[in-house]
Design a protein around this ligand. Structure first.
Ligand code: PLP
Length: 444
């Protein structure tokens, strides 16, 4: 089977962005789709592969976002397509809780093998990242008999009631949606650009905060993104995660790594925790796990996972057979093409290009991330104040030039790059030529 992308790998601008066909469809969307569901770049997509999205006007955009770290293996990656086709032809749903099938168990086998640590592991499958996080908390509460949940500043864990409580940022995720779930406590995160603390110092600060304000003995779990996602791709100072993990172990607190955005080769390892050899008790995964189909998982120590009574975990669609086939295809792509290594190559190119931008534009205060999960934080060089306006201007200029870029961060002043790992070096460079031009065009 050919692995060549089906869409010609070239940026192409036939109209302004969005073009007339997309604008007409946007009008229709406004009539029919709830306003609460926003779209950042309203080009309607007809086809995508490699590093290109093609729209209804025939424009071809370079994808530096992967639909928020989902199409890590590329859109419609060959092994995903093949396995999904085979599964759809065979059957589409039975409900695993009624009559099981191999695909679900095969995904759990892969997760046991790939997630950090060589202890006995089990998994449960769900539909979305938020659902996985909720279930990790359910498992930790049953296993410990405790209620409290520790989370961090700048955290993003989802949009359901419990995960809204766990998410830090009010707008747009929480505003007006309360009251939120209780027993969620927020600790200070390690944020090297802003706090200047070593990992050990930042961990001591967080631990003291939780000890004094909650009490270690009341905590069921501590849930942390090993590299912040929506919160700004902040990489905690070295030693921060190991110190927290150690404290959790010493105090019977379940250490949950939310690897929903950072997992599955994105950072140049299978999981971001691998970088410092941190072994979480539970890991939540979603996004990159299934090449675009909705699937999520909680994977962890077998004895923890098994603390929940039979029937206590599940859901109608969790571990749907088509989504499981897609996950097995995505993992096949990652293994066959050593996409963790590819993420490191992509990351090296991105870092070099971002260094070039920082050398000219002092608004770039920080270049951070790991592998193909990279970001820059923009601040006023005089005052250090977050510069969200510049981030928005650069973002808009990139979109108009046919490059899909994303922002993030508590102050909206972080530019993040998450290209599919199927992107070619040439296309990646062309994407960053556009980003570089966008910085020049928006300067002064
Ligand atoms: C996206 C994300 C979630 C929520 O996942 P959904 O599938 O959107 O529910 C949770 N945690 C992290 C770190 C994420 O990036």
């Amino acid at each position: 089977m050919s692995t060549a992308p089906t869409v010609h790998q070239q940026r192409l601008l036939l109209t302004e962005i969005p073009g007339p066909e997309s604008r007409a469809r946007l009008e229709r969307k406004k009539q029919l789709v709830a306003d609460g569901v926003g779209t950042m770049l309203p080009v309607f997509v007809t086809e995508a592969s490699g590093g290109i999205l093609r729209d209804v006007d025939g424009n071809q955009l370079i994808d530096l976002g992967s639909g928020i770290a989902v199409t890590t293996v590329g859109n419609s990656a060959p092994a995903v397509v093949r396995r999904v086709h085979e599964q759809v032809d065979a059957f589409t749903h039975t409900c695993f809780m009624i009559t099981p099938y191999d695909g679900y168990v095969d995904v759990c086998e892969q997760l046991a093998e790939l997630t950090p640590g060589d202890h006995a592991k089990k998994s449960a499958l769900f539909n979305s990242g938020a659902e996985a996080v909720e279930n990790a908390v359910k498992i930790a509460r049953v296993a410990t008999g405790r209620d409290a949940v520790a989370v961090f500043d700048h955290a993003y864990h989802g949009r359901t009631n419990l995960t809204m409580a766990m998410t830090a940022k009010n707008m747009p995720y929480k505003q007006g949606f309360g009251p939120f779930a209780g027993e969620v406590y927020r600790a200070p995160m390690s944020y090297p650009l802003r706090d200047g603390l070593s990992g050990a110092e930042a961990a001591a600060r967080a631990i003291d905060h939780l000890d004094k304000q909650v009490g270690a003995g009341n905590l069921a779990c501590l849930v942390i993104e090993p590299i912040l996602g929506e919160g700004g791709f902040v990489v905690p100072a070295p030693g921060f995660l190991p110190a927290l993990a150690e404290w959790c172990t010493a105090n019977g607190i379940v250490f949950v790594a939310d690897e929903i955005q950072s997992g599955f080769c994105r950072t140049g390892d299978w999981f971001a925790c691998d970088d410092e050899g941190v072994v979480p008790d539970l890991v939540t995964t979603a996004k990159g796990i299934a090449g675009g189909l909705p699937l999520a998982a909680v994977t962890g120590r077998a004895e923890l996972m098994d603390s929940v009574h039979t029937g206590g975990l599940g859901g109608t669609y969790g571990g749907n057979p088509v989504a499981c086939a897609a996950a097995l295809g995505a993992i096949e792509e990652m293994r066959t093409h050593d996409l963790a290594a590819r993420a490191r190559e992509v990351g090296a190119i991105i870092r070099q290009r971002l260094e070039g931008i920082r050398a000219v534009h002092p608004v770039v205060a920080d270049i951070r991330g790991r592998g193909a999960m990279m970001a820059i934080e923009l601040v006023d060089p005089e005052t250090g104040a977050p510069d969200a306006a510049r981030a928005a201007a650069v973002n808009a200029a990139c979109h108009q030039a046919g490059v899909v870029t994303l922002t993030c961060g508590t102050w909206g002043n972080v530019f993040r790059f998450l290209p599919p790992l199927s992107i070619s070096d040439d296309l990646l460079h062309e994407g960053f030529d556009v980003v570089t031009e966008a910085f020049a065009a928006t300067a002064g």
